[in-house]
Structure formats: structure tokens, C-alpha cells
Design a protein around this ligand. Sequence first.
Ligand code: PLP
Length: 395
Amino acid sequence: MIPGEQIIYLDNNATTQLDPAVIEEMLPFLTDYYGNPSSGYAFGRQVRRAIDLARERVAALLGCEPGEIVFTSCGTESNNAAVNSALQLDANRRHVVTTAVEHSATRRHCETIAKGGGSVTVVGVNGEGNLDLDELERAITSQTAIVTVMWANNETGVLFPVEKIAEIARRKRVLFHTDAIQSVGKIPIRLAGTTINSLALSAHKLHGPKGVGALYVNKRSAFKPFMIGGSQENNRRAGTENVASIVALGKAAECAHAGLAEENSRVRAMRDRFETQVLKRVPNTFVNGDRAARLPNTSNLSFSGIESDAALLMFDRHHLCCSAGSACRTGQVEASHVLSAMNVPPERARASMRFSFGRFNTEAEVDKALEIISAVISKLRAISPSEATREPAPV
Ligand code: PLP
């Protein structure tokens, strides 16, 4: 693929295009303003002020105080830091409660915790992707250090009622963390007044650069840092700040905040038209998670009778970018853990594709994508007709 060649990018949950306003804001911090924000002279102090502004902008997007924002290297670090902190706070609490549909940034971390002598309870979901909050409450014990539950699912867009879950955790006197990496910038968030102790976000999901994120830590919550060294980030995350990226995250947060209501109704309408049209043009297609509350930008579809990795390759030839729900690991096609947890039959899970829309998508791209999708799915089904897609025999 040649840079600049026309692609149809419907994979905004994987990452997003940098907003030009973000690039403009960050560039001077890669060129002229290279001072160390911890230095005691004016050349350093002006960089410190830029970081402070970024902190204010992120706090405005989250409805919290600037002092509650800790800049990190990515969403994964933010999630890991919150859970590790909880495990360090009390040696008698080595238990984590999480869900079956988390991103690997939480899932793999929990597996490591379990292997390292901790224990983890994984709460399942129903066919719509929703959690049973009574089951979650029963999973919390006197040994639980933290409950960690994602706000929006990266594969299906299904939203969890994290404010209610945070209340349950508070009643049980347990910390609550949420991986909000897919929801920040896509739905309104106001942390002040909630009992959420910590929240993770990542700049590259909201038109900022890769390799920078933030962790919200409620001002009343105890926190043990993950990175130990200098006193940056008010002693909560050591290491000289990634200044240009932090400035960029601040600008990305400001843009997301300013455009949230308008952009999301536009993106939702686009996603809804896309889904309606796909269902009309491509028979035997299912929307995964459609009966649950969902992000406005995500559409997870199963096209019966196809394998998603084959569809991905064919979409790629048409420069249509989206994600396959299944992955080929060690020579075997594995269905997504999210769809498996939702009890989606394996053949339907292996036929799933995720389309995720964003700020820079146009209706013309949706039209083109619809043409490509119907042509590719028909072709794949013609090559490999299955029970699911074969026309009923005439009687
Ligand atoms: N959590 C969720 C829900 C995600 O979608 C992602 C990225 O895909 C991550 C965590 C990891 O974020 P990062 O790539 O910034 O480490």
C-alpha cells in the first residue's frame, strides 16, 4: 500500500488517523521546545506549562480534576498500573475480579497474576454481551483487591454499566478500575460524582498519536506507582515525559470534547445506515451484540458461510480496512474470545468481521464499502457454499 493511496478505513477501534490539529499542536515540541519540563529555567518551564494544559484538557474530557490525570506510555500501561497498584496496597488482598470479554491488556495481565500466586474470578456474559451484576457482586470477596471491567468492548462495542459496577465495588469496599480505552471520545464521560477509582485511556483511539495514554486516579484513592524513579507526574509515574505526545493527547482530548455530541450522532447515523444496508444486501448476516447498549461507531457482523480471515484478505485487495473476528494461531483458526463468551456458535464467530467508524469517514466511503462487502461475500460463498447460505432445495 502506497501512503496516500485511497483506502477505506473502517478500523477506527484498532487505531485512528491523527487529526491535523493535533499534529500542528505537537510539532513545535519535537523541534523548538525541547527543554526538559523538570528544568528550573524558563525554557523548561514553558514545556511544563504545555503539559499542564494537556492535563487540563484531558480532565475536561473526563469531567474530573487535572490533578487526577497521570500520563503513561499507552492504554496497556494504564490498565496494568491500576491493577498492580491495587495488588500492592494490601498484601492480604490478592484477588482480582474481571470479565470474560476484556482486551488482552487486562486478560493476559490477569493470567500472569493468577500464575504468580494471585487469584482471578472471571465473570461471564450472556448472548447479548451483557454482564449479570448479581454474579459480579457475588464474585467479590474479602480478599478482593480490585474489580476491573472495561467500559466498552473493542470487538462488539457493547457497553457495560461501569458506574453501577463501581457502586457495587464501593459498597463492598473494593477498588474499581475501568478500561475506557474504547469509550473515551466516543461517549460522554463525567467522572466527578462517580465512585470509579481509576480509568485507562489511550491517545491513538481518539485521533492522537500511538504510544501515549493516561490513567485517571481519583484523588481520594490510594495509588502505588508502577514506574519508580524521578518524581514526574506527582510521583505517580517516573520517567521524563513524552512531551510532544502528551501535548498531542491534550489536543486530541480537546477536539473530542468539542465535537462529541455532533460527531457521534453523525457517526452513529453512518454506522446504522451501514448495518441496515448490509443486512438488506447480504442475506444470512447477523449483528453481534445488537440488542445491548453499544458504542455509536462499532458494527460486528457475522456473514454465515465464510471464514473471516479469507474475507479480510479479499477486502484488503479492494483497500477496505476492517478487522477479522477470528485469528489464525498455530495453524488453527480460533474464534474470538469475546464472541465465544457470548455463546456465539464457533462457525458464526469465525465468520465475524468488525467495522468501526470515525471522524474522517464519509458517506461515499460507506457506499463503496457496501459494494465491496456484498461482492466479496457473494464470491466467498460461491467458492465455498455451506449449509447456512445454500438456497433451500425446491419442493
Ligand atoms: N484496551 C482496549 C479495550 C483496547 O481496545 C486497546 C487497544 O486496542 C487496549 C486496551 C490497549 O491500548 P494500547 O494500544 O494503547 O496499549
